[in-house]
Write a protein that binds this ligand. Structure first.
Ligand SMILES: [Cu+2]
Length: 342
């Protein structure tokens, strides 16, 4: 299926949701000073802005991985060392830490259109062990990640609900040629998760619905990341299909809210393989160990300060993980966010 077909299929699927449930009400905005007028901080492009408004935001996410997962059950060192078609890898990843800084900007030229841009800076670390002599090394990669530009189009809204579509493009500003010294004397190309970008232009379609009552709110978003062709290293990361749902309760005069949320994420396997990885040293460099189905559950809080500054925090707990071949197991993750609207 080519990229245009994928985007069309996604939009057709998205439009299957009946938007007529939203009667034409007054175009009154749901109070922006209400803490839960924004989704939990892990949901991207969750809200639109009114004409002339802009917003700057900063997000910090830290997540760790350790232990092994194979299929939907936890696995062990021996399995992590075994190649899927027989034989053994020379090295075994033991743990990984990813820290991500995200800077976002939003601007609404009209009530119906909001423009959004997001840049990322990544800082990754992976501890690996050479099996034959038990030597350990920490591999590192850091730098600019991919940059996303999106258009959010408000489709329908009334006093209680709002619906918008997103169409975005991810620009391959993140490096896919990150190297580090492993156990030899010279630098070698790091595994797929240690690279900073996808290397491809990615289409980012999505649809977001949110509903508000005085004492609670909830919302849902479906979104995809669809790779366009292969990158300069002859591979493409797997496409991503995601659904996020959330429920929030405001209190403290609506200035604070707490939320519970869940994310269902399917990511396909890498197609092709990195042309600079000549010898696959561990599963981290093996395309067979890519792709997964995941369900996370998270708890979060938003707070709005009097001067339109927002602060958010969310704690994400992986609850179900079904991976291809063997992979490092995801730990809990933490996201912290600050936003300034004006
Ligand atoms: Cu915003």
């Amino acid at each position: 299926m080519n990229i245009l077909n994928k985007v069309l299929l996604t939009l057709v699927l998205l439009s299957g949701i009946n938007i007529n449930v939203l009667a034409d009400g007054n175009p009154s905005e749901i109070s922006k000073t209400r803490a839960d007028s924004h989704a939990p901080i892990s949901v991207m492009g969750d809200h639109t802005h009114g004409k002339g408004e802009s917003m700057l935001s900063y997000r910090y996410m830290t997540m760790g991985m350790d232990g092994y997962q194979s299929g939907s059950s936890s696995s062990n060192y021996t399995k992590a060392r075994s190649k899927p078609l027989g034989g053994y890898y020379m090295t075994v990843p033991e743990e990984m830490t990813m820290n991500m800084h995200m800077i976002g900007a939003m601007y609404a030229p009209s009530d119906d259109i909001t423009l959004m841009m997001m840049g990322t800076y990544l800082d990754n670390e992976m501890k690996v062990k050479k099996h034959s002599n038990n030597k350990k090394r920490t591999l590192e990669s850091s730098g600019l990640g991919d940059t996303k530009v999106s258009i959010l189009k408000r489709l329908a809204h009334n006093d209680n609900g709002k619906l918008h579509a997103t169409l975005g493009l991810s620009l391959p500003t993140g490096s896919i040629s990150k190297k580090d010294v492993m156990f030899g004397s010279k630098e070698e190309t790091l595994g797929y998760n240690m690279q900073l970008g996808s290397g491809t232009y990615d289409a980012l379609p999505g649809l977001t619905y949110a509903y508000f009552e005085d004492s609670y709110s909830y919302g849902a978003q479906i979104s995809s990341v669809l790779r366009i062709g292969k990158n300069s290293k002859d591979y493409a990361l797997g496409d991503i299909y995601k659904t996020n749902i959330w429920f929030a309760i405001p209190f403290n005069d609506n200035k604070t809210s707490v939320s519970i949320a869940s994310e269902f994420k399917f990511q396909g396997k890498i197609s092709g393989s990195h042309k600079d990885i000549k010898t696959i040293m561990s599963f981290a460099q093996d395309r067979d160990s890519s792709g997964s189905k995941r369900i996370d559950v998270s708890i979060g809080a938003n707070h709005v300060f009097p001067n339109k500054v927002r602060a958010s925090v969310e704690y994400i707990m992986p609850t179900y993980n079904d991976v291809n071949s063997v992979q490092l197991d995801a730990d809990n993750a933490l996201i912290f966010g600050l936003g300034f609207a004006y």
